[in-house]
Design a binder for this molecule. Structure first.
Ligand code: NAD
Length: 362
């Protein structure tokens, strides 16, 4: 079966890092027989420039028809002055909403070779392997009513609504339980049930799902404690599941435990497991065009795509092993290199991953 993959390079370093991901995909085709058909489309600032919208209709149509999409990153100062509906980030929010990508999976994996790059002591982070499952299309970021209005006394107030339906909680819960079953069998649900009614329901629904997953040990934690535990003793966690707002904050916190933003992949999935895969970082305009962006987060996003949307788990393992190999060889892009140590560029890092994959074939 041929997998249809939509490539969305985006802006600034986006095309540079997606080019390396494409070489990895082509290598998997040539060496391991992965059958793929790649198409390209605009998303973000490049969509505004070429087609007048950050999410052009042509891009959306291709995304709906694809088995999965790979995004580089969107945004840059040249589009910051545009009206809100034309900003690159709107394209990203719109494609997530249009495709119903409600489940955001963000692994935080500390490669032993990079343990020294974390802001925490190596003995606290070495062996760290957390998966944060964040609800992405509900909660306070989307709840109505919302706005800024004037109170009766003439003072302006901003307001938002935190609302979660039991159906929304259940579907993200099922994704998280399934992930915990595939991994270490531990799931921590994060909420603020001591204060928020929406969290009370969240906890009730998660608890109700536990009987369908006897192999998973479910625990609950308040979000303030979870933030503290993530920096105190992060290895206690296997899978964490939480709502949109808490997940936004906790996943960035977990990300930094691993040392570099250039290493972190993510997946956003719909009900059928189709998804949008992208590095966690942005378009890095400060280094674009210099050939020094780290392509590994994008390459690791390809691994997530192989595992979660294309049912090619063995190839996903191969890509992750290839990344571990190049790090083990001491190869570093500037964001990973210790001060004064030699570093290689984007294309050379792509070369090294492709070579490591070819070496696996013997
Ligand atoms: P950023 O993640 O682009 O950059 C933050 C810092 O990390 C910069 O110093 C950058 O050089 C570095 N960095 C990021 N990715 C790197 C990589 N692969 N290799 C080496 N270094 C890397 O965040 P920012 O500067 O706040 O945002 C820049 C633009 O990206 C903005 O327009 C923002 O809106 C957008 N953005 C897009 C996404 C997305 O597309 N998903 C996410 C975040 C920010």
């Amino acid at each position: 079966m041929t997998h249809r993959i939509l490539m969305l390079p985006g802006d600034h370093i986006g095309p540079e890092i997606v080019a390396e991901a494409e070489r990895v995909l082509r290598c998997l085709g040539d060496v391991f027989g992965l059958a793929i058909e790649l198409e390209y489309a605009h998303l973000g600032g490049c969509g505004v420039d070429a087609e007048g919208a950050p999410l052009p209709q042509s891009t959306l149509a291709l995304a709906r028809a694809a088995d999965a999409a790979l995004l580089g990153a969107v945004g840059g100062p040249e589009w910051d002055g545009l009206e809100r509906s034309l900003r690159p980030e709107r394209g990203l929010l719109a494609i997530r909403a249009e495709l119903g990508l409600f489940a955001n999976l963000r692994p935080a994996l500390a490669f032993p070779e990079l343990a020294g790059a974390s802001s925490l002591r190596p003995d606290v982070v070495s062996g760290l392997d957390i998966l944060i499952v964040r609800e992405l299309t509900g909660g306070i970021y989307f709840g109505e009513p919302r706005g800024i209005r004037e109170r009766a006394d003439g003072v302006r107030e901003g307001f938002n609504t935190l609302v979660y339906g039991a159906d929304e909680i259940e579907r993200i819960g099922r994704v998280a339980f399934a992930a915990a079953e595939r991994r270490g069998g531990r799931l921590c649900s994060v909420d603020k049930a001591n204060v928020l009614e929406s969290s009370e329901l969240w906890r009730e629904v998660m608890t109700g799902l536990a009987s369908d997953h006897p192999d998973v040990a479910l625990s609950h934690m308040y979000v303030d404690n979870a933030a503290m535990q993530l920096v105190r003793a992060p290895r206690q966690f296997d899978v964490m599941v939480t709502g949109n707002l808490f997940g936004d904050i906790l996943s960035d916190c977990a990300a930094m435990l691993t040392g570099s933003i250039g290493m972190l992949p993510s997946a956003s999935l719909d009900e059928l497991g189709r998804g949008l895969y992208e590095p966690v970082h942005g378009s890095a305009p400060d280094i674009s065009g210099q050939g020094k962006a780290n392509p590994l987060a994008t390459i690791l996003s390809v691994a997530m795509m192989l595992r979660h949307s294309l049912n090619e788990g063995e190839l996903a393992d191969r890509v992750e092993r290839a990344v571990a190999t190049v790090l083990g060889e001491g190869l570093r892009t500037p964001d990973l290199a210790a001060e004064g140590a030699p570093a290689i560029g984007t294309v050379a890092m792509g070369d090294a991953v492709v070579a490591a994959l070819q070496a696996q074939a013997g």
